[in-house]
Design a protein around this ligand. Sequence first.
Ligand code: SF4
Length: 370
Amino acid sequence: MGLYIHIPFCRQACNYCDFHFSTNLRGIENTLKAMEREIDLRFLSAPIEQDTYYFGGGTPSLLPAKIISSLVDSAMKNAPLKKGGEFTLEVNPEDVNNESLSNWKKLGINRLSIGVQSFIDDKLKWMNRSHNSIEASTSILRAQDAGFENISIDLIYGIPSSSLSEWQFNVNKALEMKLVHLSTYALTVERKTQLFYEIKKGESKPLCDDRAEEDFRWYRNYLCQQGWDCYEISNSCLPEWRSVHNSRYWLRKPYYGIGPGAHSYDGGSIRRWNVSNNIKYQKSVGVNNSWYEEEFLEKRDIINEIIMTQLRTREGLDSKILGKWLSDIEKCWRPHLDAERLKKDEYGFWKLLDKGLFWADRIASDGFIP
Ligand code: SF4
């Protein structure tokens, strides 16, 4: 099992972000109390040992030491992390200092995922990030000095008005800093984000697929040449440093999600998600199961999810899983096979080829069972 804890607070809104978070930090204490209540309720019958913990958000690193300690205590009491289990904390560069690092170490956190996004100041400013490029580099160096070895950073590519050489600078900087893991995301425009309105009003240039694809293809080839394990479309690492927790999602292993907006999966056919509203969540946790909704997946939903997640992995999608739908799906993918975006290997695994990797989600959805 894995435990995901969603901390729904941020200092300010990044222009592209549509995750669930609030910038009203006065709500932290009450929301966190409700989250501890949810942990108690979810493991009421008996504690269940977890293989991994992942504290994401939002910005978990902005939590005061006392509050995050109390949350970890509550998790450990009800859903203890197995000895040596991966414990990831998402952090923003401006929160990384000697005191916070020492506190996170004491809590047993052994993996940091730092939201760097870029090492270039004007791009950080454009994204409305709350850190600058010096803080980005310093946070990594400080974490390494404090003894954190398992560090990942997030980087965003395909930013309008950015160039390939700027993206190359970002990736090279990450490699120079001896990081073991990179999560790289193409910028997307989600409705109701600041970026969506900026583009609508003509204040920002619209995104360009060609620009993003150029960045993607360059870094994917570059990292593979450097011996990196490009194990998922958005995730690459040095050999042996895959994220154990995130791998659960594409291997369809079960996980508990705690906190407003968090999702859970039982590893079979039940998905569940908590209300994405901090106040409603506080008021409803423990009241007639009203803080979450559940969905029972039909076989075809499960197959579509498998197509979407496994096609993105280096290992590919096992055609045996597709059962009676195999020939229909193959028919839908014929144009991608002919265009050499996709192939089926000798073991029956569907794998994206160089020309198809950037279009993974589109190719996957072309094969969905209606
Ligand atoms: S810090 Fe992360 S969660 Fe918060 S607004 Fe920015 S991208 Fe979204």
